[in-house]
Design a binder for this molecule. Structure first.
Ligand SMILES: [Zn+2]
Length: 643
């Protein structure tokens, strides 16, 4: 094996402003970064994952004084909550930077001086519209009123035109170097559509940038001119250098700068794709490889904002589900560059369908069968047959594709591929029917092979999911008797056949909870959905016994023409065949029902539905309006009594 060292991987999130508690938007960026960091660690790379907080500026001064706190006290409180949230979300950052730390302040001052000496920072006069009440300059984009002045968008009061001494960064000097750089590095801004936005903005010309204020006290002082403080954006962007060790941890800095990828929300693209590379060019630092602008999460199709009161608090989800379903949903639902919509229905659908059903059931069934049929031990089994080979080879393909998608920041595509494979493994089990083979002692080797392939597939899926769902991935590995966590296994060395015969499995426990929408909404203290359940009266055992419940085997199933929900099903109830009409087409296709065994009531008075006489009724749970049929987990003869 080649021993060429891999290039290090360095990923950052924006530093979060401490005037607000963390919400799902912060969690999203940080979860993407965490999945990328974990994936690159599996690849055997040296990884540096940096996150932290932006703690200076007027907004924080103001938010603190409203609470009767010093700015630093407010920052400490919010930082505590952010760090707690990262712990609950299983975030594996290597360093957490706070811009109020002295190494950061010193680093920023040092760079400021360097640029000043070079002539890229100069003193001039800033003329702008100033809101006296907010003690703040208005953004340049605020339009002029018909009277020729401007209105403060925050408080609605008239602003005044003032001129104040300040320092400028000579941005105008960097228009051409930036355009040249973009042309040579088309991957610098991703997705590609955002690169076009950036280039056309720079082409229009760049004005020098005011980077200090005399009206703001809570900030880093300009060296040798302390009545000026450094504008919060100039201060904050430099966290990527100081957080990586600039001027205080040389070894780390040399290894991990430039960053491989700055992950950011698309709203701060201009700062990261135009100002930041210009600052770096001016100070003579190499530039980061990629700035990736991700989309926003909308809540029920509306943008989340504090003022709308529709900000989603991740703690409520974490309390009910733990970190993995949230991590999975945010990464699976949309490609990293696009906007997504967060609805409770959408979230629960993913959790119940992808996690509890597809993955959770596969793991549970397999472990239960290994326990029941093989005494809980993994056996190697007989020679591979055609479909055994196929499920193994498909895994090798999957492993390659997942790596390519991660390299390309296409985490949702990687997850899609993993789910295609999970469904193939479910199909493999269904086709091989180990529960039937288990009845025949002479087929023991065949049975072991089927269960080995399935367990190996599950182990592989657990491994590939570890960057996204580290907790569940570990549980899957432990349940298969693995002694080391998946993180310890290098990607290149992971093999399907790495599952060792003789391993003792752990008893199956559900991996993911099934949660009802109404219970979840209650948690969130939104008006709970009206409960449809009414209290049932108590019945005697004799009354219960009047129901004739039987095992039925589905022989045929087809859609009832002209309906979306109804299937016409022919079922063998042991003594005879019965026809029934059932509202299960939302959940099941006719093909997947054939051969399944379920519970039916055979002595219910027949009813005519859509012109078809329904002579039996199946039992099913209704979850979010969809029928979920309880099937038997081992083979039972049609017609057997259920009681
Ligand atoms: Zn104002």
């Amino acid at each position: 094996m080649s021993k060429t060292p891999k290039p290090p991987f360095s990923v950052t999130t924006p530093i979060y402003y401490v005037n607000d508690v963390p919400h799902i938007g912060h969690a999203y960026t940080t979860i993407i970064a965490d999945a990328l960091a974990r994936f690159n660690r599996l690849q055997g790379k040296d990884v540096f994952f940096l996150t932290g907080t932006d703690e200076h500026g007027q907004k924080i001064e103001k938010a603190a004084s409203e609470k009767g706190l010093q700015p630093r006290e407010l920052a400490d409180q919010v930082v505590g909550r952010i760090k707690d949230l990262w712990r609950e979300l299983n975030i594996s950052h290597d360093f957490f930077i706070r811009t109020t730390e002295s190494f950061h302040e010193r680093g920023v001052q040092k760079i400021f001086l360097k640029l000043k000496e070079k002539g890229d920072i100069y003193k001039g006069a800033y003329q702008g519209w100033y809101c006296v009440s907010d003690e703040n300059f208005l953004a340049e984009e605020v339009p002029l009123e018909p009277e020729g002045d401007k209105i403060c968008p925050d408080c609605g009061k008239r602003a005044i035109l003032v001129s104040e001494e300040c320092y400028f960064f000579r941005m105008s000097r960097y228009q051409k170097p930036l355009l040249d750089f973009y042309a040579q590095n088309p991957d610098f801004v991703r997705p590609a559509s955002r690169m076009n936005e950036v280039v056309s903005f720079v082409r229009q010309g760049l004005k020098d940038l005011s980077i200090t204020r005399t009206t703001v006290k809570w900030g880093i002082a300009v060296p040798d001119d302390p009545k000026h403080t450094i504008y919060v954006w100039f201060d904050a962007l430099h966290n990527y250098l100081t957080g990586a060790g600039y001027d205080w941890d040389l070894a780390t800095f040399e290894k991990f700068w430039p960053a491989t990828v700055h992950l950011i929300g698309k709203d701060i693209l201009r700062f990261h794709a135009i100002f930041w590379p210009a600052f770096l060019m001016a100070a003579g630092f190499p530039l980061p490889r990629t700035v990736f602008g991700h989309g926003w999460w909308l809540r029920d199709e509306a943008k989340m904002s504090k003022s709308r009161g529709n900000v989603l608090d991740p703690h409520i989800i974490l309390k009910t589900f733990g970190p993995d379903p949230l991590r999975y949903f945010l990464l699976r639902e949309i490609p990293v560059g696009l906007d997504g919509n967060f609805s409770h229905e959408g979230f629960l659908h993913r959790v119940n369908s992808d996690l509890a059903n597809d993955l959770g059931n596969l793991v549970h069934r397999t472990l239960t069968m290994i326990q029941g049929y093989l005494g809980g031990l993994i056996e190697e089994g007989g020679a591979e047959q055609e479909n055994d080979r196929k499920i193994r080879e498909e895994f090798e393909e999957l492993k390659k594709k997942v790596a390519e998608h991660f390299e390309n920041y296409a985490v949702s595509r990687a997850l899609e591929e993993i789910w295609v494979y999970i469904n193939a493994a479910n199909k493999y089990l269904a086709e091989n029917e180990p529960w039937k083979i288990a009845q025949d002692i002479s087929q023991r080797k065949r049975l072991s092979r089927i269960l080995y392939q399935t367990a190996a597939a599950i182990r592989g899926v657990g491994y590939l999911l570890s960057p996204v769902m580290p907790g569940s991935s570990l549980k899957i590995w432990q349940s298969l008797g693995e002694k080391e966590p998946p993180e310890k296994m290098p990607y290149a060395e992971f093999e399907f056949e790495g599952l060792k015969a003789g391993s003792k499995i752990q008893r199956a426990k559900p991996l993911f909870p099934r949660v009802l929408l109404e219970d979840f909404l209650k948690e969130e203290e939104r008006p709970a959905l009206e409960k449809k359940e009414t209290k049932m009266e108590v019945i005697s055992f004799d009354e219960f016994k009047r129901m004739d419940l039987r095992v039925g085997e589905i022989l045929k199933a087809e859609k009832v023409p002209g309906t979306d929900k109804l299937l016409k099903i022919e079922v063998d109830v042991g003594t005879e065949k019965r026809t029934m009409v059932a509202g299960v087409a939302d959940t099941y296709s006719p093909e997947e029902l054939i051969g399944k065994k379920l519970v039916v009531i055979v002595n219910l008075k027949p009813a005519v539905i859509r012109g078809i006489e329904s002579q039996a009724m199946l039992l099913a749970a209704e979850i979010d309006g969809k029928a979920i049929i309880p099937f038997f987990d081992r083979d039972v003869p049609a017609g057997a009594k259920v009681k």
